[in-house]
Design a protein around this ligand. Structure first.
Ligand code: NAP
Length: 355
């Protein structure tokens, strides 16, 4: 159990990212000093929105240069911090070299940040942005656990370097985090494990998050002939930020938190946008049949292998979010609000354009 002093600075790694930007906003609004670690503090395209948030809030923003792959590079940013949020990790599905592009930054980066936390006497709590990807690989995995519903006790055992390497990267990184946490008793570790995160983007033009690609696919017409009923969980980025905030400051917070608002599928999240945007955007209206996906999916994109389609399409994904609601007091937003706000932010930024 850790009581965090709100007058002390708080470190956020990967502070410019889609998820982290909302956490930084929340911390600044609460009047907290944020040590924002980014790869390049002079890259105004990536950090201008953070400076703007700081101008509009009570809190202070201090930028630090750090890279997951450079040992010790988070040391300066961590000085004097009781609370460390480690969010930085690449979220991309289309990679050429999964070891280099995903596993090394996720795993070695987590070890880098958490080993630095072991050396900093001020640190009392580390909150790691893990993922539901560290809990499962395919929607079918939820039907394979006792009771058919995923929860915090479950771990991803089926992802690998060659199959769903992003999920593998999040699994090995979280396992490493727990190993390091258990090797010391100065700070406690909490993990936030979100499902697919949607919601408005604070810097939509320059996020590298895969969430943006999914929204672009939905609004840009790639799925206009139909979308797969691919079972997923989804959650609003603002609720994910609140979950991080509460995980940092509620002394009794403990362990992993499965952070997912709704069990849904890709067609359903597209269809929920139809009433408001259907007239001007080529949104999917019908389901693509599984047999067709099995036939053309692997040819269209190497990510859609037959195994992936077999284990995910027309399969319901189920997860239990009761722990986070009860212990971190999170009230999830309705899916319609999240999806409409996502879309509006991309339209306003000119990322999505109406016909
Ligand atoms: P994002 O916008 O792409 O943010 C990723 C962040 O990681 C960026 O700040 C990025 O910096 C940083 N990063 C990547 N490689 C780095 C390196 N070598 N050194 C330092 N920083 C590096 O994606 P996001 O969706 O917000 O993801 C943030 C976290 O949430 C990740 O841990 C992700 O796994 C987790 N998550 C996301 C979702 C989702 O649906 N979005 C769901 C579950 C969990 P640059 O901008 O410089 O590249």
């Amino acid at each position: 159990m850790s009581q965090i002093d709100q007058t002390k600075p708080v470190l956020v790694t990967g502070a410019n990212g889609f998820v982290a930007s909302w956490l930084v906003k929340k911390l600044l609004e609460e009047g907290i000093t944020v040590h924002a670690a980014v790869r390049n503090p002079s890259d105004t395209k990536k950090i201008a929105h953070l400076n703007q948030l700081a101008k509009e809030s009570k809190g202070n923003l201090v930028l630090f240069k750090a890279d997951l792959l450079v040992p010790g590079s988070y040391k300066e940013a961590m000085l004097g911090c009781e609370l460390v949020y480690h969010t930085a990790s690449p979220f991309t599905l289309d990679v050429k070299d999964a070891q280099k592009e995903l596993i090394d930054p996720a795993l070695n980066g987590t070890a880098n940040v958490l080993n630095t936390a072991k050396e900093q006497a001020s640190v009392k709590r580390v909150v790691l942005t893990s993922s539901c990807a560290a809990i499962y690989t395919d929607a079918i995995d939820s039907s394979r656990v006792p009771g058919g519903i995923l929860n915090e006790d479950h771990w991803n055992t089926t992802a690998s370097l060659s199959y769903q390497p992003y999920s593998y990267s999040k699994t090995v990184a979280e396992l490493k985090a727990w190993e390091i946490a258990k090797s010391q008793n100065q700070w406690d570790l909490i993990t936030i494990n979100p499902s697919l995160v949607f919601g408005p983007m604070l810097n939509p033009e320059y996020t590298s998050s895969e969430s943006l690609n999914i929204l672009k696919m939905l609004g840009g017409g790639l799925l206009k002939m139909g979308a797969p009923r691919l079972g997923i969980g989804m959650v609003d980025v603002r609720d994910v930020a609140d979950a991080h905030f509460n995980a940092g400051f509620i002394p009794e917070a403990k362990g992993r938190y499965l952070t997912s608002a709704h069990s849904t599928d890709v067609l359903e999240i597209g269809k929920i946008l139809l009433p408001k945007y259907g007239a001007h955007f080529p949104l999917p209206k019908r389901a693509l049949p599984k047999w067709l996906l099995l036939l053309v999916g692997p040819l269209a994109n190497k990510l859609y292998s037959r195994k992936y389609i077999k284990n995910n399409v027309n399969i319901e994904w189920k997860a239990d979010n009761s722990k986070i609601k009860k212990e971190l007091n999170i009230h999830f937003r309705p899916m319609k609000e999240t999806m409409e706000d996502s879309f509006d932010s991309l339209i306003q930024a000119g990322v999505l354009k109406a016909n």
